[in-house]
Design a protein around this ligand. Structure first.
Ligand SMILES: [Zn+2]
Length: 414
């Protein structure tokens, strides 16, 4: 069928890529800008070149391959994801989006079908941010959210810089790392969460990405002996955080099912088991796909921190460390994905992404959306990360339909 990709070829490629720097437990370890990452790209480039694509690197090593359109001056449709992995990464996170994109191109070749608009497929540099700690680094530079100079200065644990690795690998391309005009952009990805599997739904039509805000909560009380000091009258930051956590979780539940709240990174001082802490610090990560909801979650959190700490004589400060607004994907791109899913007859639901993706940065510059397929137990960043061949085929077929729709001139779709 002309609206389905070649699932066997796609699966074969996924499994071949998984053999580049495999891990003992069935995953892959291709950390960004390593020789293993380069070996993964070489294999991909071999396939893309054989499929007739030209290739180009930009200044931060983002790799673009291109299939010409009938009118090559029209803005391209962009497909993209990443080939780098976590140290104990799985076989599909990112890889699936790149090889699914390549499969779209190869299927169009099989069908001898040239789209009006050209198609570009991009492999973003250092999406994972584990070796060089900035996630989505390549797309962030491209999108102007991170300067090229700042990216180049990022250092791994051995003191090697991104700049040195770009030079060593020959990845420093001439193409400026900045957006071009694109007709549309799509990223195909495993869900990395449990929702599609739990609901036995085949495809997630992703309409946006959750916003997140990171806070540091700092509580200062009065240190005293754990034994002789009566409970009444203590100024105990631990007692304050207990009440704060309980009530903030209540707020997050009020914003269910998409509200998220995570307390972590607890530290207290003095470090002693028999002294009431003088200071307690922790982080709080709040998420929601709706900015107004996030505003209200933040406001209620601040009130709770003030009320609870104040009632215990504990001084409280809450500092916002990071504010990454929700991303709403483009209605026309979402509609193209939905039309493709409907044509193929897959069960589906619209949903937001809980994790960040390169598509978040892309969405700031061109019409963008994402496609999710379920993954086993919602697991990712883990060697056991898994999908089955039919799921891989379904998601890539949806991508094929969405790309064809957006790569066709409107006058010719009537
Ligand atoms: Zn990914």
């Amino acid at each position: 069928m002309s609206n389905r990709v070649d699932g066997e070829r796609l699966w074969g490629r996924l499994m071949a890529m998984a053999e580049v720097a495999p891990t003992a437990n069935g995953g892959s370890n291709r950390q960004a800008l390593s020789d293993d990452d380069a070996a993964g790209r070489s294999l991909f480039l071999e396939w893309a070149t054989a499929a007739g694509c030209t290739s180009e690197l930009d200044e931060v090593g983002n790799l673009f391959v291109r299939r010409p359109g009938l009118d090559d001056d029209l803005p391209a449709v962009l497909i993209g994801s990443h080939l780098d992995t976590q140290p104990t990464g799985g076989r599909f996170d990112g890889v699936y989006g790149v090889l699914g994109g390549l499969e779209v191109i190869e299927r169009l070749n099989d069908l001898d079908l040239t789209t009006d608009h050209p198609i570009e497929l991009v492999v973003w540099t250092n999406e994972e941010g584990s070796r060089f700690q900035h996630s989505m680094m390549g797309s962030a530079v491209w999108a102007g959210k991170l300067s090229l100079a700042a990216a180049e200065k990022l250092t791994d644990l051995d003191g090697t810089t991104v700049a040195a690795e770009l030079d060593r690998l020959g990845w420093r391309g001439l193409r400026p790392a900045r957006p071009r005009a694109y007709a549309a952009a799509f990223e195909l990805h495993i869900e990395q969460g449990p929702i599609l599997e739990a609901e036995a739904v085949e495809i997630g039509v992703v309409n946006g990405v959750q916003g997140l805000r990171w806070f540091t909560i700092e509580l200062c009380g009065f240190p005293a002996h754990a034994g002789p000091t009566p409970m009444v009258g203590r100024r105990d930051p631990a007692r304050a955080i207990a009440g704060i956590i309980d009530r903030v979780y209540g707020v997050v539940d009020d914003f269910g099912p998409w509200g998220r709240g995570t307390f972590a990174q607890f530290s207290s001082s003095p470090v002693s088991p028999n002294t009431i802490p003088e200071q307690l610090i922790c982080s709080l990560d709040l998420r929601h796909p709706d900015e107004a909801a996030l505003d209200e979650m933040e406001e209620r959190t601040r009130t709770i921190v003030d009320d609870v700490a104040g009632s215990l004589g504990v001084a409280a400060t809450i500092t916002k460390e990071n504010d990454s607004p929700p991303v709403a994907f483009d209605p026309a791109c979402i509609a193209a994905v939905q039309a493709s899913v409907d044509e193929l007859g897959f069960t589906n639901r619209q949903m937001v992404s809980g994790a960040g993706h390169d598509a978040c940065y892309v969405a700031a510059h061109c019409p963008t959306s994402m496609i999710f397929v379920p993954c086993d137990d919602g697991l990712s960043h883990n060697e056991a990360e898994n999908i089955d061949p039919s799921q891989a085929e379904q998601g890539a077929s949806v991508l094929l339909g969405a790309v064809r729709r957006m790569a066709t001139r409107p006058s010719e779709t009537s």
